[in-house]
Design a protein around this ligand. Structure first.
Ligand code: ADP
Ligand code: MG
Length: 499
């Protein structure tokens, strides 16, 4: 077991620096260098063509959509688009890489520099620096069978699926992010979430971490102080959950601090994230001498992105997450804190969809952030997984606005929707929830209640208007909560001649 220093002590004694290499799988129709389809979850080795499996004599042809997607991403990340980038071969042997080289970009990537502004849950801003991003092909997938933990060591045999070989990736490589302090884990999480939101808004990736659409290599180092040179880093490979990214950084800070505190040296190595220990385990020792023998791929011409092409794509950019947040804050009249709550709850999409379906901003926000959020929390699901649609919420909001439902009845109607009893109006009908809006009928019930409690009527007449509450209660009971309490109160006061 690793020696770990208490986290608070570690971040007070050392200055953490993090660097992220984020791989985004693009949702193009076909692969980056051939016409094999990009589909998740197909039978192994069915989505392949000669190029995907590296058959001798097969030649790669660049998928133009990949270049367009890369330019969109570059623009969203405030980067410069390289007018002339180039593919290179990164040579190494592994069974999931049938050519024994990966086609990637190295010296001349398509996206140069840039940054992403992120915000922590409490509103603290951080500008995450980006070094470059490049296009490359994904490798296939090895499955090692027979070892307890699914790793190669101890496996009886291994299976290879080439469906993923040649799926287009963009790898976004950050600069070392400094000045992160104790917030290092949260800043990294916010950065990768920010990338996920951007690729979804751009429609260039499904951005689903649980499917491996986004994976991160997480680099962490410590140094004595912010003006000391960067310390030796470890790189934890292929972390594919937000929790994993945050746990990796937290753990590495605690582990490296324990080593440095006793005068030890951090090994430069690649590590693997372990869900079981919420931390990292050693992988292979990595030296700077890793030699991939990069050289320009002679099968592919340089990628030319003329300014006209970039400008054309810029003009057609969809609304990005930051602009959207600013817009809805204004349209929905939210304070900074209210907006943060909505964003943190993952309620932006459902609220906006409900408004499109006819709800008022205030109504949509109230239902999604209130009763539905509670339901989602109780059931351990995401807001959008709750069994209620934006159309349901719009309908519910309309029923309240038109006075057909009181707030209380609307809550019952939503309970019914969440229980799978149908749309709000179906639930209202089946459960008999509709407000008694017939004034004559309510007056009749009020008169009956007053007749049953004449002493209360006398009190009201004598000026004790608060006594009317008892009659309102009786009317609500008689109508099983389906009367409008304010209306009932008004009628009572009229009857007592004090209105
Ligand atoms: P490699 O060539 O080994 O992949 P890079 O120089 O490309 O290394 O860096 C990989 C990632 O590690 C980048 O995101 C970079 O910002 C980050 N990084 C580099 N040095 C450090 C360090 N000392 N501490 C933390 N992160 C670092
Ligand atoms: Mg690198």
């Amino acid at each position: 077991m690793d020696e770990l220093m208490n986290y608070e002590e570690a971040v007070s004694r050392f200055d953490p620096v993090i660097g992220l290499e984020v791989h985004v799988e693009l949702s193009t129709q076909t692969k980056i260098f051939d016409a094999a389809p990009v589909v998740f979850g197909d039978e192994p080795n069915t989505d392949i063509q000669p190029v995907s499996v590296g058959l001798p004599g097969s030649l790669p042809v660049l998928n133009q959509a990949v270049v367009e997607y890369a330019i969109k991403l570059g623009l969203a990340l405030n980067s410069k688009i390289n007018p002339r980038s180039r593919f290179e071969r990164k040579n190494y042997f592994y069974p999931d890489l049938p050519k024994a080289y990966q086609i990637t970009q190295n010296a001349n990537p398509i996206i140069l520099g840039g940054y992403l502004d992120v915000e922590l849950e409490d509103g603290t801003p951080y500008r995450f620096p980006i070094e470059h991003a490049h296009m490359e092909e994904d490798a296939g997938k090895n499955t090692h069978v027979g070892a307890a933990d699914g790793r190669l060591a101890g496996a009886k045999y291994s299976l290879v699926d080439y469906n993923r070989a040649g799926v287009p990736l963009i790898e976004i490589v950050s600069d070392p992010a400094t000045g992160v302090g104790a917030n290092a884990p949260e800043i990294a999480g916010a950065y990768v979430r920010g990338i996920r939101d951007i690729v979804r808004a751009l429609g260039i990736s499904e951005g689903r971490m649980e499917r491996g659409n986004i994976r991160a290599d997480v680099n962490v180092s410590l140094r004595e102080s912010p003006d000391a040179p960067l310390g030796t880093r470890t790189e934890t490979k292929n972390v594919n959950s937000f929790r994993g990214i945050e746990n990796t950084i937290r753990y590495e800070i605690q582990r490296q601090a324990a080593i440095l505190a006793v005068g030890g040296e951090v090994q430069q190595e690649t590590r693997n994230y372990s869900e079981a220990i919420s931390g990292t385990l050693p992988g292979r020792v990595k030296s700077d001498a890793d030699d991939y023998r990069y050289f320009p791929d002679p099968d592919l011409v340089p990628v030319i992105c003329p300014p006209e092409m970039v400008e054309e794509i810029r003009a057609a950019m969809p609304e990005l997450p930051a602009a959207r947040r600013a817009r809805v804050q204004k349209e929905w009249e939210l304070s900074d804190e209210e907006l943060r709550d909505v964003v943190n709850a993952g309620a932006l999409d459902p609220i906006e969809d409900s408004i499109k379906a006819g709800a008022t901003p205030a109504g949509a926000r109230k239902w999604w952030m209130g009763q539905i959020a509670v339901y989602a929390k109780d059931n351990g699901i995401e807001l959008e997984e709750a069994p209620v649609t934006p159309e349901n919420v719009a309908e519910l909001d309309g029923l309240v606005a038109s006075g057909k439902l009181t707030d209380k009845l609307a809550r019952q109607a939503l309970d019914g929707v969440l229980a799978g009893e149908g749309t709000p109006s179906e639930v209202v009908k089946a459960r008999g929830l509709e407000v008694v809006s017939d004034t004559g009928e309510i007056e009749k019930i009020v008169d009956e209640a007053l007749a049953a409690q004449p002493e209360v009527l006398e009190k009201i007449k004598a000026g004790k208007v608060k006594a009317a509450g008892a009659i309102v209660g009786a009317v609500m009971k008689a109508t099983r909560g389906k009367a409008d309490a304010a209306q009932v109160n008004k009628i009572i006061l009229e009857r007592a001649g004090v209105a």
